[in-house]
Write a protein that binds this ligand. Structure first.
Ligand code: SF4
Length: 170
């Protein structure tokens, strides 16, 4: 007779990803963080629900360094960059850093391959969800990491979607 407690593996906890800068890590391009109390509370709710929460900074994982020159998408959004139809370039000198952004996005996903939910920093060329910096303005489209997560069916939101809004801009 089989004993299910021994033959069935324990279900793995669901995994959420969060942009590390929103938890206070000083990993932004300018060396600053965007730590927010409401994101800390969001993380606490995920943990209380039994989820694993993984903080990632795709640009640091891409070895772009901190601080690093500001960059933006050129010619399209993050999804277009994955299709080879757009690039990520440094604002100052237009140097192409697409490969580093994609490497960092892949490494971030590799840290949480079963991710189903993500809380990402709004408008970042990596983490922006639905809106990001493209060709000198904030336009419709995901950042490079967010586009990768969207392709995987991950449910995404940004700190701007939090209802209590406390801690904004800290
Ligand atoms: Fe934050 Fe994402 Fe930019 Fe890293 S890449 S600093 S996690 S917005």
């Amino acid at each position: 007779m089989n004993d299910d407690t021994h033959t069935n593996p324990r279900p793995k906890p669901a995994v959420a990803v969060v942009s590390a800068c929103l938890l206070g890590q000083p990993c932004r391009y300018d060396g600053a963080s965007k730590g927010r109390a409401d994101v800390l509370r969001w993380r606490a709710r995920q943990l209380a629900a039994g989820m694993v929460v993984v903080a990632v900074c795709p640009e640091e994982l891409g070895e772009l360094g901190t601080p690093r020159p500001a960059a933006e998408l050129t010619g399209g959004d993050g999804a277009a960059a994955w299709r080879g139809e757009a690039t990520v370039r440094r604002v100052q000198d237009h140097h192409d850093v697409t490969a580093a952004f994609q490497r960092g996005a892949r490494r971030a996903l590799a840290l949480a391959p079963t991710v189903t939910v993500a809380m990402l920093k709004a408008r970042s060329p990596s983490c922006g969800v639905g809106r990001t910096h493209i060709d000198g303005a904030v336009r419709s489209g995901d950042g490079v990491f967010a586009a990768l997560l969207r392709h995987r069916g991950v449910e995404m939101r940004t700190e701007e979607g939090l209802e209590d809004g406390e801690g904004a801009g800290s």
